[in-house]
Unconditional design. Structure first.
Length: 266
């Protein structure tokens, strides 16, 4: 049985103690973290209360969003100016005085894979294909359950035919992206360097809910004791490289509000 990961909200004092007097730099996922999972990506709207908390935190510590969403989509959904945004799992980075793209040479491969997928998935009810600049997401949340095995087989076949791409997964989705040693974890490490946040007085805190966020949790854990803190948003205990947990997006917002109050008082 998986042991529960301690709640960063319920045990906030212990979490604050884990910061050991250092200043947090926040890295936030979007879907399933600050916005509830929705049947379609455009319906996953971040509540105004969450946006207000993010704005408050941005005045108190560095804040970045790291999401699988396309960068332009992510910035439009969050709608808070002055933050750092990493879209497509960190392949597309943008912020004040920062713009960096990883995998531009793979766009033609993604174009070819998109054409194949649209042709081969056309007859499967409820399957949503979402093209991002540096990835292709195939959502199965609304798909006919009888079609889901065929979706998986199709995506695997296209990935095999496009060796410069790799297939990853998530909650009710498959994704194709450039077959490069790059993910949310490497993006967070790059941002720490780019933003000058590697000094001893700063501790990166990453909050996310999905398989791709585990890359960031592991990257922070690999920095060694005190090198970073991972918080997994999950309703039921699950194996994770994160050291803390939150139950759902509502609790994540409540936690961030409490963190903002603690920082302001500090």
């Amino acid at each position: 049985m998986t042991q529960p990961t301690p709640s960063a909200y319920a045990e906030f004092d212990a979490f604050a103690a884990a910061l050991a007097g250092r200043h947090p730099a926040l890295f936030l996922d979007y879907d399933g973290t600050l916005a509830a999972i929705a049947p379609r990506p455009e319906l996953a709207v971040m509540p105004d209360g969450a946006r207000a908390v993010v704005r408050r935190l941005a005045a108190l510590c560095p804040v970045a969003f790291v999401s699988g969403r396309d960068l332009d989509d992510l910035t439009a959904m969050v709608a808070v100016d002055g933050l750092v945004y990493a879209g497509s799992h960190g392949f597309d980075l943008r912020g004040p005085n920062l713009q960096r793209q990883i995998g531009v040479d793979y766009l033609a491969d993604l174009d070819g894979a998109e054409r194949l997928l649209r042709d081969r998935l056309a007859g499967l009810t409820g399957v949503l294909l979402e093209r991002k600049r540096f990835a292709i997401a195939i959502h199965t949340r609304q798909a006919d359950p009888a079609h889901k095995p065929a979706v998986a087989d199709t995506v695997r076949a296209v990935a095999k035919a496009q060796p410069r791409l790799r297939m990853t997964g998530g909650k009710e989705l498959y994704e194709l992206r450039p077959n490069l040693p790059w993910d949310k974890g490497r993006a967070v490490l790059a941002l720490l360097e780019e933003l000058g946040l590697e000094e001893a007085g700063t501790v990166p805190v990453y909050i996310g809910d999905d398989e791709t966020d585990e890359d960031a949790f592991r990257a922070l854990a690999d920095r060694g004791a005190g090198g970073g803190i991972g918080i997994r948003v999950m309703e039921t205990p699950a194996p994770t490289a994160a050291t803390w947990s939150l139950h759902d997006p509502d609790e994540a917002v409540a936690f961030l509000g409490r963190l903002a109050g603690w920082l302001a008082a500090g």
